[in-house]
Write a protein that binds this ligand. Structure first.
Ligand SMILES: Nc1ncnc2c1ncn2[C@@H]1O[C@H](COP(=O)(O)OP(=O)(O)O)[C@@H](O)[C@H]1O
Ligand SMILES: [Mg+2]
Length: 225
């Protein structure tokens, strides 16, 4: 992805589908499709080592890129620490995943439509005090099974994977992981550590999105992964 030019909640794949950035999200989609060719149900999570590297931006644009192919898509905000997916769709986050995993609501009560055709959303819900415990629960496993059956593609946004267990917990239940790297600020060693943590949790790395690409380091990073 090119160097960031703005700090707002515009979904580029929706606002400007013909732009080179939107094209690169479609390329990412195509590459994922090739690597998951034997899987009918695609549960794909997005993570990064730190916060503010572009996880939510990537997850949302991937979800829109899939919805544009008329697949039935669900985006899940499993970043129950700094929820942001609902903001991208300009929706409230009064209840969501945390309330589902706490047994307070059913999934049918919590999943909402977005303004994008074919794309539904499960926002993060009330910020819980135990996100990792909730993601270790049987309710999470049941939810993933439900989502796999109901949707063609499920995209899961997660918290940073280096210092928190949440993304590793999600990785074990996903078909694959997309890693986002802000090449301007993250050290290669940190990415390697995260990658091995995710693989240890049986996460399959499907692709790496290099964000903030105009930086000089981008080239050297690209050859390392
Ligand atoms: N490729 C990009 N171009 C422009 N702005 C970006 C890009 N990627 C991320 N941003 C901006 O950077 C900020 C952090 O991105 P976000 O996706 O919320 O990161 P994270 O979910 O990893 O915390 C947001 O304001 C977002 O709009
Ligand atoms: Mg985020």
């Amino acid at each position: 992805m090119p160097q960031r030019s703005s700090k707002n909640n515009v979904i580029i794949t929706e606002a400007n589908p013909q732009s080179p950035i939107s094209e690169s999200y479609r390329t990412l989609r195509t590459n994922i499709d090739f690597s998951l060719v034997d899987n009918d149900n695609k549960v794909i999570m997005v993570t990064s080592t730190q916060q503010a590297e572009g996880k939510t931006t990537t997850a949302v644009n991937m979800a829109v890129a899939y919805a544009q192919t008329e697949k039935k898509v669900l985006i899940v905000d499993a970043d129950m620490r700094r929820p942001n997916v609902h903001n991208m769709f300009r929706r409230p986050n009064r209840v969501g995943l945390s309330n589902l995993l706490a047994g307070q609501y059913t999934v049918q009560e919590l999943v909402t439509e977005t303004h994008i055709p074919h794309l539904e959303m499960l926002s993060a819900g009330v910020i819980p005090h135990n996100p990792s415990e909730l993601l270790s629960s049987e309710r999470w496993v049941q939810f993933i099974e439900f989502a796999k059956n109901k949707y063609d593609v499920v995209i899961i946004d997660t918290p940073p994977a280096l210092s928190l267990p949440d993304a590793q917990l999600v990785a074990g239940h996903s078909c694959g992981v997309v890693i986002v790297i802000d090449v301007g600020k993250v050290k290669r060693e940190a990415v390697k550590k995260m990658k091995s943590n995710l693989e240890h949790a049986k996460g399959r790395i499907l692709g790496v999105v290099l964000n903030n690409m105009n930086k000089k380091e981008a080239g050297t990073y690209a050859y390392q992964y």
